[in-house]
Design a binder for this molecule. Sequence first.
Ligand SMILES: [Zn+2]
Length: 242
Amino acid sequence: MRILAILIYLLVVLIRLNIVKAPYLDENTKSLIFIFMTLLVPTFIIRPIFNKSTKNLVPLNYKELEASVALPKGTKMYTKASLLIKGMYVKGNRSKSSIVIHPELIEKVPIDELRFLIYHEVCHIKNNDITKNQLFRALSYGVLPILLVFISGFIEFTSMNLFIAYIVLAVIIYLSGILLYFLRIRHRELTCDSYASYHTSRETGIRSLLTLKKLGVLKDTKLVLFASHPNLDKRIQNLENS
Ligand SMILES: [Zn+2]
């Protein structure tokens, strides 16, 4: 996928520089396509390099915990002391993935709560969330605006008002797309909490979320609509109802 992304981006750059001719696109359209494609470079070209690598990861050495969880085929658990990410996260894709646990969690979180957190990540792996996420991000951030620019090429703007109306509408559609993207990723967090509570228990789930809050790993945000995770209350409420 990364090679394809590099090739597509290269083509966009060559078109922008007019080295590759695209007579159907005017200069403004070329610029806009170039801008929105550039927004996708971190997702499709830079991030996969870090996503696959297991360098700097130390294999987990916690036999009791390892024996008590059933991991999907191709998944391994690691630890990594990182200042940036203090919790637990998953890297890779459905066929080969790594669950990375911060050493502080191993030290301070009880084993049953760690199991809940691991099953939450297992759910992301089984649902192929990393790849799906990448795709939905590309659609909302990059493809949707290009589509809107493309559609504008077929509209005859007879007045300035009509042109402004189209711009306003396009911005609303673009923002709605981004909001939908965030809504979707928050929803999958709740799904994975429910999955993990099914494999452990509701009470363990609630306790582990409260522990993460106490350790400063989970932080509530006021910008709920643009958050990747629902706030704690919402997650606890979801567990109580599942
Ligand atoms: Zn998650």
